[in-house]
Structure formats: C-alpha cells, structure tokens
Design a protein around this ligand. Structure first.
Ligand code: SF4
Length: 331
C-alpha cells in the first residue's frame, strides 16, 4: 500500500487586482502515490507549482491558497487519514511533529533568532510530545542521543542561530525535523541556499536519517543533481501538472517527455565542452495557461492536436508515466 495517495488535486491561489479576481492554477489536477520508505522527488522550473504541491499535500494550506478538488490520503500503519478533511489548522497541527515534519529552505524560518538552539528543541518537544513523567533531563537526553546519532556536537545547543554557519543551522533544522521520528518528511529546497560542499553534507545527513528511521521523504528541489543523488523516484512538473514520473535512473537515462529531455540536456556534462541547450521561451503564466498541452508553445514536437487537447499522464512502461501524445500507444 502507498504511504501517500494524492488524487486529482487542485490547489489554486486566489488574488485580486484592480477589482478583478484571478486564480493562479499552481497545482492543477495532480495524482501520484508515494510508497512507504521511499524518497520521492519533485522537480521543475521555478514557478511550476512544486512548492505549492508540497504545501497542499502536507496540509499547510492558508489563504490565498485554496484546495478546490482532490484528496490527499496518508496510510499510516494504524490509520488512514485524509489531511484535507481536517478543516482546522489546530487539527492538522496535531498530526505534525510526530507523524509529519518539514525541512524548509531557510533555517531561520524555524529557528528563533533570540533563543538558544536548545530552546527550539525544547519548544518542539513541549508542543508535540504528550508523555506522562516527561522531565527536562529526559528531553535533553533524547536530544543528545539524536545529535550524537547525526554526528552533531552537543555544544551547538548553547548557541544562538546567528552564531552558527548556514550549513550548521540547516543540519540543526534537519535534526529538529527528525527528532520525533516522523513517518513522513516534507523537504522544500533544503539545500538551495548552501554551497556545494555543504550541500553534499546535508544530502548525506538526510540519507543517514532516512536509513535509520525508515521515514518516507518527499523532496522538492529544482536541483536535478540532488534528485539524482538522493531520490528513488522523480516527478517532473510543468505549469501545475506532473508531465513525467519514473524511477530516478530510468528518468535520467531514458527521459520521454520533451520537457524532461530539455531539462536534462541543459545540464553540464563532465568533459563535454559543447554548448548546452535549454528550453526556448519561458514557462506560461499560471493565471492564463495555454490550451491543450501546456508545454506546446515551447515544444519543438508540437502538433495541431497538442494545441487543442490535454495529454493525460499515462503509464507507458512499468513505473514510467508520461503526459505526451508522442508516447501514445508505446506501451
Ligand atoms: Fe510536445 Fe505535444 Fe508532447 Fe506536449 S503533447 S510535450 S506539445 S509533443
């Protein structure tokens, strides 16, 4: 059984400009499943809707973001839960921390700048761990054990966030997100603000935690190298829709959607000094999306049909889904 089952999800931002209401169709009919203990990556250009998708499936829904349609079901060992049916943020918060957690892009959105790091751990434990006979000493022992397991020094606990490097702050954020051993971790561009050497350390840390705790992880980043290094399966998003999904090796070696092929062609390759190509044009506005296939204005293979009809995301070989008319009948 899948750990997360997303069905026909539509999540739009509603904005008003000069008295007119606009709908930004950031997530527009997205369905996918994430298996237990896997790392599922979501990639795409900035503005394709990947971070909104992560917010929607983790229940972080605040105006102007609205869910118009769809379901997001979590299948925990002891219960199934539709996160979107929990109306109140208070109800959703109960699920977070212990069952779900977030690793955000910026550590300063989690760490309180005027409190020492140990206070952030204490606040998190106080908010989510409702055990009888809890003591401060037991809590701190739990934190120490967790930091030891992650190879982090205990003395960082006495620091204020500004006294630590960006890489150390991000490691602390990851330690915070995982101390209660959540079933599901949502990571939104967790390495984007870091240099490549520090990125490598953070990726290794995430792998280590995942191996020890057996969590399910959903990783959003535009950085395809991070996906290649970390993920089991990868979904490529374009203009609010998933256009291709496959095992990460399959997707990198045999991309089928023209957009995925262009994304991969734009990556530098060791020893190849030829000019890299990239997708012509820019992604469409999510307020006025093109009719038919949303990629057709940039697609070199587009036909008249692509301008009229929307291609479905269909399985073209085992575990490989593609939304492109070129793949019709290839199964
Ligand atoms: Fe290109 Fe048509 Fe395929 Fe869209 S459906 S990616 S426009 S060939």
């Amino acid at each position: 059984m899948s750990m997360i089952d997303v069905k026909e999800l539509k999540a739009y931002y509603t904005t008003e400009k000069y008295g007119r209401i606009y709908r930004v169709r950031a997530v527009d009919g997205v369905s996918f499943q994430v298996h237990k203990n896997e790392i599922y990556g979501i990639a795409g250009e900035s503005g394709c809707g990947k971070s909104t998708l992560l917010k929607a499936i983790s229940g972080l829904i605040k105006p102007p973001l609205e869910i118009l349609e769809g379901e997001v079901i979590y299948n925990f060992d002891d219960q199934s839960l539709n996160i979107l049916s929990l109306q109140e943020d208070k109800q959703r918060r109960k699920v977070r921390g212990i069952r779900l957690s977030h690793i955000p892009q910026g550590s300063m959105s989690v760490l309180n700048p005027v409190r020492r790091i140990r206070k952030s751990f204490q606040d998190l434990i106080d908010a989510h761990l409702k055990l009888e006979n809890r003591t401060h000493l037991n809590d701190m022992n739990m934190v120490k054990k967790h930091l030891d397991a992650l190879g982090l020094e205990w003395n960082v606990m006495h620091s204020f966030p500004h006294q630590l490097s960006g890489g150390m702050r991000q490691r602390i954020t990851i330690a915070l997100a995982t101390i209660l051993k959540p079933d599901i971790i949502f990571a939104d561009e967790p390495t984007t603000a870091l240099d490549v050497v520090v990125q490598r350390g953070v990726v290794q840390l995430i792998k280590k935690i995942k191996k020890e705790q057996q969590n399910t992880l959903i990783m959003v980043t535009h950085d395809l190298a991070i996906h290649a290094n970390l993920c089991d399966r990868l979904a490529i998003m374009y203009a609010g829709k998933i256009v291709e999904e496959a095992d990460v090796n399959l997707l990198f070696n045999q991309p089928k959607h023209p957009y995925t092929q262009m994304l991969l062609d734009s990556l530098p390759k060791l020893g190849d000094k030829s000019t890299r190509t990239s997708a012509p044009g820019t992604p469409p506005s999510l307020i006025n999306v093109p009719p038919g296939c949303r990629f057709h204005p940039r697609c070199p293979e587009a036909t008249e049909r692509c301008r009229r009809e929307i291609p479905e995301l269909v399985e073209v070989e085992k575990g490989h889904r593609v939304a492109c008319f070129l793949e019709e009948g290839s199964k």
